[in-house]
Design a protein around this ligand. Sequence first.
Ligand code: ADP
Ligand code: MG
Length: 827
Amino acid sequence: MTNEKPDWIRLHKALALEAEHGFTDLVGKQYCFSEFLSLTFGKFPPGLPPKERSHWHQIAMQFDEYPNWEVQVRQHLVAEVRRYLYKLEKDLEEVDLKSEREQGRIYPSKAENSRTPIAAKVSRRLAPKIDQKLSDIAEIGIRKAENLARLDLLTVRDLLFYYPRDHIDYARQVNIQDLQGGETVTIIATVKRCNCFTSPKNRKLSILELILKDNTGQIKVARFYAGARFSSRAWQESLKRRYAVDSVIAACGLVKASKYGLTLDNPELEVLANPGDAINSLTIGRVVPIYTLTEGVMANTVRQAVIAALPAAVNLKDPLPGGLRQKYGLMELKDVIANIHFPKDSDTLKTARRRLVFDEFFYLQLGLLQRRRKAKEIQTSAVLAPKGKLLEQFNEILPFKLTNAQQRVINDILNDLQKPTPMNRLVQGDVGSGKTVVAVVAILAAIQSGYQAALMAPTEVLAEQHYRKLVSWFNLLHLPVELLTGSTRTAKRREIYSQLETGELPLLVGTHTLIQDQVNFQQLRLVVIDEQHRFGVEQRAKLQQKGEQPHVLTMTATPIPRTLALILHGDLDVSQIDELPPGRQQIQTTLLIGQQRHQAYDLIRREVVQGRQIYVVLPLVEESEKLDLRSAVDEHQKLQESIFPDFQVGLLHGRMTSAEKDEAITKFRDNETQILVSTTVVEVGVDVPNATVMLIEHAERFGLSQLHQLRGRVGRGAAQSYCVLISSSRSPDAQQRLKVLEQSQDGFFISEMDMRFRGPGEVMGTRQSGIVDFTLASLVEDEDVLLLARQAAEKVIDMDVSLACWPLMEEELKYRYARLMGGAILT
Ligand code: ADP
Ligand code: MG
């Protein structure tokens, strides 16, 4: 029967992944989540009892509708199907078991003694199996298992890997005279007085008051018991008996100052038979886990369930080999699991957590490095010569001397191009560092070897900017180049398509229009992608597929912190242009509040009178495009009519047609308009050297890197330039954050600070945030662990890129990497 069953594991994984990713209908290699589910439920597996068929059919139909539903409805369906599957699977197993038992094949395995002390205390039973259902575990039972299912905790494994979100340290045992407010402590003391009564204000609340005394002092503590069940006299009497005068108890909790002096805030209490007795509680005297809970699931339910499940951890095989663990000082997995839940003490907790953080980084790096290594096994036919006539000519026409950084990066690139494997290099360089020239060198290297190249940029504005620059150089070199965007006319398009196919046209510049099906090259061997982070993975891949294993050069002007770079670009070779061309000035940056806006207007007037030009940028209001539009239109009207009626004020925003945008930009470029009011459309690429002031309204709504990027629109000519940030936000955090820009012009430093203030998810925006979605690891605090993990992953890949020597590690990698990359497991 076993081989007739559906692939439960894959189904469960798909459902779990979808839940983890917030019900976004994950896209896999072959299908998206809803398609996969619909297909799976659309066929009845051979073992399926006939009475389940209509239900399967129904589920399949529901998943057809899934993409049209709101998140809550999706969530509900996924949860329901998960529960249904577990129940069904269990029913089927019981049938299996019965038949096997009848044949006398099932023997209980030998009880294994748990080495986890707390688990040993609670349970001397058979250790649960790692994939056992929680409802099958005696200490948990069906009712509690149902509760836990609300947290998506269905099996022992789920529980073991359900890490607490925090811990409270009750392990600190303190004398009463040494108590200090704000600490969480345990005291051992004798009961001097005990009182238990109904609250005068609330009939359903019982209050237990104790005076506790040790050798150093005494303290009054109170505990509250709410609910009808706890307000009976009988219950109060039982409490009085339990905490009778002269009994010795352990009490733990947060020390708080009250009007009677220090007290413990609603402490946990436990009576000790003898003062020296070991404390037997789940909380007292321990470092106690705090789990994320949901309605109807109590903290202690989860704690007790975890304790029941913990003995299973001793059977966990550690995928990391002992040698590697030793080298990097990593705790073994089974100890990690025991200690991440109920740590011996806070140092042990730290060690356990460090291992888990290491794992999160390690497997990602392993996956990225493996991918990089595999990419290097691919062959390309385009081995390019680093020297040639075109490159020599280009050197001659270049109106400036390359910076050392540019030269170094060019060397990296030419070096890559000579190899028989395709280049896969990212060039990072601050705004204005001169990435275009570097790209042109690569392009010319391809053309002089007889191949074609493509340059893709994320916006029309930027593509056109590139095109203009390239035309001016290519004319001197007597080479054709064309621009293809959404607004290219049909006749022109046709001409371009045919010239590409014959190979007449060596270089095509454009937007994502380049990836359309009609675009076919004769011999595309180099792909350059500018502002690569603005494209999705598939878009980049699609352009590459237009060539045969082409070399790929990606560029970004958004510097990101080193840690993030390792996470996001760990599979690429990275070069940095960390030097600006000489003579670039510092852009004088000032932060103003709204009432000081007139200072900015004074500056603008002074500059325009001297013939300079100004950008005024407004943030995108994501909730409402209409509102967004209004703000730009209103601001434009205000500036034109009330503030600067004697100047020409232009307007540029995302809702304009490309012809309108073109017109606005052209007018500004030709100085027909002196002031350009814009949304963030100008962020990349717009290049008007005569502009000297960048005024940004509501600056607190932008990320620092984005502001830095915007600031880079000025200071492109020789004249002193200014950036004025206006923010009326009262939040000290916002003010402090923006001050970073007043103080620094270093894109890497700025991005580092941005990440510290806002966290990596915000810094990267939604497109890539999934990839930095770690459970425990923090890119800000765990940088050292990340660097170690990278090193370890490099060692492992060096030893055996296939990971065949470490099958467990390989399996773990597959699972984790798929999770991090989102959805690949569906196919
Ligand atoms: P980015 O890195 O932002 O794409 P660009 O390639 O657009 O920068 O270069 C910004 C400006 O600097 C351009 O006008 C370019 O011609 C100029 N430039 C590039 N390299 C140098 C250099 N080595 N010396 C002087 N000017 C340079
Ligand atoms: Mg550029």
